[in-house]
Design a binder for this molecule. Structure first.
Ligand code: C5P
Length: 337
């Protein structure tokens, strides 16, 4: 991965976006599988904590690879994380929200089929745009709003498979599942945009910001274990039910989180939404090529809507003239896509 502060090529951005998206697809499948398979059931709150631990260790390694010196790494962490508690504290907010979001994903996927989950979760495109307007004062024209709704409709169609909603999920509480996933969309929009605001509002490096956030993430994750699974963990142990698939969830969750942070640093949350969508289309097309899957009418319609959304988003607004940040965003979108 690129170090913080340096500019990166379009190819690197595409690489990070692709890894993030393919990894997310694998993560959902693994999570769904482990929550529905027979056998001892692990405590989902403990995997959230372990994911934060993995991300923290990886971020320290990335910082070390930037400094190429152990003492410089330790000094950087000491100065920016421990000697600057008020600045570190800013990362407490997104870490708590992400902790809630990551736990909600387990509740949602235990109560919904993967198709409903994936389609509904794309509403985060809209919540991200809303929070970008509120927190970053981003100007989004009417046409761009139409483009974002079109993008949501497009990606929803692309992800709809003929058998998406027919697979039965046992012990479901559909309402709980839907409320969880809608709340996760709000969390995703808010935490993503807040993280972007803090990251881009100072010179503090990405890896220091991540270390600050993951330290709080471990603490808030442990509070989650205490409030939800305390007695179970005391009785059966923290790692009860950890199969290789559960460890794979921890690794996939960590890779996804780290790549998300890189993508937000070098692009922005709205571009992340667009690019994720394109990667979803490309990965579906690849599975047509690799596994002989058929292209459905819905897929073609969805892909068409996504392309239309990209054109609409890049279209300059006539009145008022586009602000500097808008033209920059459109330029970035065109460059990234
Ligand atoms: O679905 P969404 O894109 O909002 O998910 C973002 C994921 O990336 C969350 O699981 C969050 O914990 C993770 N993340 C991270 N480090 C960041 C920003 C997000 O691990 N700096």
């Amino acid at each position: 991965m690129a170090g913080a502060g340096d500019t990166v090529s379009v190819r690197f951005k595409l690489y990070a976006l692709t890894v993030m998206t393919i990894n997310a697809a694998g993560y959902i499948l693994l999570l769904r599988y482990t929550r529905t398979v027979d056998g001892p059931m692990y405590f989902s709150t403990t995997t959230v904590v372990m994911t934060e631990v993995f991300k923290l260790l990886s971020s320290i390694c990335m910082l070390f690879s930037m400094h190429r010196s152990l003492s410089a790494t330790v000094t950087d962490i000491y100065r920016n994380v421990f000697c600057n508690p008020m600045d570190s504290f800013k990362m407490c907010i997104p870490s708590i929200i992400y902790m809630v979001q990551n736990n909600l994903a387990f509740v949602a996927l235990s109560n919904l089929d993967a198709g409903t989950y994936q389609v509904t979760y794309q509403l985060k495109i809209i919540s991200t745009a809303l929070f970008s307007v509120i927190l970053l004062r981003k100007q989004i024209s009417v046409i761009q709003w139409i483009s974002l709704v079109t993008l949501f409709a497009g990606v929803a169609c692309v992800q709809l498979q003929p058998d998406s909603f027919t697979k039965k999920v046992e012990h479901v509480n559909y309402t709980v599942g839907l409320i969880s996933i809608l709340s996760a969309c709000l969390c995703s929009g808010f935490a993503g945009v807040y993280f972007e605001k803090v990251l881009k509002g100072s010179d503090t490096s990405l890896w220091i910001r991540n270390i600050q956030m993951y330290l709080f993430g471990i603490v808030s994750g442990l509070i989650g274990v205490y409030t939800k699974d305390f007695f179970g963990v005391i009785e059966k142990g923290f790692f009860y039910g950890y199969t290789p698939y559960v460890w794979a969830i921890v690794v996939a969750g960590s890779v996804g989180g780290l790549y998300t942070s890189v993508v937000v640093k070098y692009t922005d949350n709205i571009i992340k939404g667009f690019s994720t969508t394109i990667s979803i289309i490309l990965s579906t097309l690849m599975s047509v090529y690799l596994f002989g899957k058929e292209i459905t009418v819905l897929f073609s319609l969805g892909a068409g809507l996504v392309i239309l959304a990209i054109f609409l988003y890049g279209m300059p607004a006539r009145k008022p003239p586009p602000s500097a940040s808008d033209s920059k965003a459109s330029g970035k979108l065109a460059q990234t896509v």
